[in-house]
Each structure stands twice: as structure tokens, then as C-alpha cells.
Design a binder for this molecule. Structure first.
Ligand code: SAH
Length: 270
């Protein structure tokens, strides 16, 4: 039915906003915002100057906080689609990259099903960028030739834990704060040594960024005493020791943590 008015149909642009810093948005993301009539944005996307970036647009916060689903996914689809069907250019601004655990795939499918033109603007994913903000490279020659990005939204299955422990390389976990205890215990049960270097990087690229460094066996305790909160990216693997080495040479980490990791570093002969 809507298709008979096809000429009036607008479009939906799914935009990855990167990990939180405004200047880590792409040029194409900025250009999309500049032409938007409506913006539906998430909690993790950079939004501080949204009025400036999308001067013509109506702005809607559809962000979800863990445990508090403010706007349902179905409602987001319905709002985007009906705005586009009114002829509007709709930007759906999401944190990181739209196709990394962002339900971007479902949003694209919903638009296609409704006959609404939809395009995707990739973004810098927190899976790689947030570790980097803490000086952690997800790969490093002779240290890690793989990184596995996994969602900790639901507790990992035994197979997943065994697979992660077995593949080697770097494990990166998003949405993993509330399941941290299960993950850490499971990885050790499946053979990762308790002294494997690990980190939690909270609120990467914001003024409140915090980096917790601890060997795997102590990560849960450190997270509890330091009151680790979402959003955070967890990184487990020898590459974390590279950041620890950097910190040990200068900056913020407590000397105790640095020392513990220095030991891990020596053990790994990096
Ligand atoms: N599409 C996003 C990920 C969405 S899932 C991306 O590509 O980055 C949401 C999770 O991403 C959070 O729970 C957290 O694990 C991670 N995350 C996103 N931005 C973050 C940030 N600035 N600091 C720390 N973690 C972040």
C-alpha cells in the first residue's frame, strides 16, 4: 500500500557513532546527521552536540540501559519506518558499529520488509577501540594472532567457554559486566591460567574512563572492589600485559597491579 506512494518515501540511515568520542565519528556519519529530519539515538552513541550536528532534526532518545528497556525494539522499528514513510530522512544513531551486537541487522530487516530504503554507515567498534584506549592492542605479533569478540549479555555456554579457552589469542567481551563471575570461573575451568592478564575498560573515550588491570583469577574481585559498571569492555589475554608494561613505565595504574602484571609479562617473555 505504502509502495504506491513510493516517491514520498524517505529513507533510514543506520549510523555507527563509534565508541563515544565525537571526533571518532566518521565523516559519513556526520554528513548523514547533517541531512537528517529525525534522529533516533542510543545511550552509547556520542550525543553531546547532536543539535549542532543534526540542526534540522527532531531528536529522540531511544537508549536502553541494562535492565531498563525504555523503548522496545519493535517500537524503534515502527517509529523509524513511519517517519521514513512520511518522506523523512531518518538517522538511527548507534554506538560503535551498527552490526556489532547493536541489533542493527534487525533494524535493516524491518526496514526492508516495510519497503523503506535503508543504508548502513559503519562505525568504529568499541570491541577494538576501547581496548586501544587503554593501550591494549587486540593483536600483536608473536603474542596474539586472533581476537574473539563475544557478547556476555547472556551467560556463556560450556561449549563457548571451552572454545574461548581453547582458541588462544585475545578474548574481548562486550556487555559482560553482569556475567563476569560466570565467565571468569568458566574460562579457568576450561584451562585458562589464573595469571592470564586481563582488563576491564569502563566508559572508554569519556572523561570517566577507567582501566582495571588484574590477572584473570583476580578480575572478579577487582571489579567488585572497584565497583566496575557497564559499559565496559573486558579483555583477556597476553596482549593486556603490553598495556600493563606501558603503564608500568609511567602512568596511572597502581604499582601493585603493575607489578602483578609485570610478573605475567616476564612469564610471557614479552
Ligand atoms: N555496537 C557497539 C556495541 C553494542 S553492545 C559497538 O560496536 O561498539 C554494548 C556494549 O559495548 C557495552 O555493554 C560495552 O561492552 C561496549 N561499549 C560500547 N561503548 C563503550 C565504551 N565507550 N566504553 C566501554 N564499553 C563500551
Amino acid at each position: 500500500m505504502e509502495n504506491s506512494e513510493h516517491s514520498a518515501t524517505g529513507q533510514v540511515i543506520l549510523v555507527g557513532g563509534g565508541p563515544g568520542a565525537a571526533d571518532l565519528m566518521t565523516v559519513r556519519a556526520m554528513e548523514s546527521l547533517g541531512q537528517a529530519d529525525v534522529v533516533f539515538y542510543d545511550r552509547l552513541a556520542p550525543t553531546d552536540r547532536l543539535k549542532e550536528w543534526a540542526p534540522r532534526a527532531q531528536l529522540f532518545d531511544v537508549g536502553k540501559r541494562p535492565g531498563h528497556h525504555r523503548v522496545t525494539q519493535e517500537n524503534i522499528h515502527a517509529m523509524m519506518i513511519s517517519a521514513a514513510q512520511e518522506g523523512k530522512t531518518v538517522v538511527r544513531l548507534k554506538g560503535g558499529d551498527p552490526f556489532v551486537f547493536g541489533r542493527g541487522c534487525e533494524e535493516v530487516a524491518a526496514c526492508r520488509e516495510a519497503g523503506v530504503p535503508v543504508t548502513v554507515v559503519p562505525g568504529i567498534t568499541s570491541a577494538v577501540a576501547v581496548p586501544a584506549a587503554a593501550g591494549i592492542p587486540v593483536t600483536a605479533r608473536n603474542v596474539s594472532k586472533a581476537f574473539t569478540v563475544i557478547s556476555g549479555h547472556d551467560p556463556l555456554s560450556e561449549e563457548e567457554l571451552a572454545g574461548l579457552a581453547g582458541i588462544g589469542g585475545t578474548v574481548v567481551i562486550l556487555m559482560g559486566v553482569s556475567t563476569l563471575g560466570h565467565t571468569v570461573a568458566g574460562l579457568q575451568r576450561h584451562g585458562l591460567p589464573a595469571e592470564t592478564p586481563a582488563a576491564a575498560v569502563e566508559k572508554g573515550f569519556t572523561e570517566d574512563q577507567r582501566v582495571l588491570l588484574a590477572p584473570l583469577g583476580e578480575l572478579l574481585g577487582t571489579a567488585a572492589t572497584q565497583k566496575l559498571r557497564s559499559p565496559a569492555v573486558l579483555v583477556i589475554g597476553e596482549v593486556v600485559a603490553l598495556a600493563a608494561a606501558e603503564e608500568a613505565h609511567g602512568q596511572a595504574a597502581s604499582s601493585q597491579t603493575a607489578e602483578r602484571l609485570r610478573t605475567a609479562l616476564d612469564a610471557a617473555a614479552i
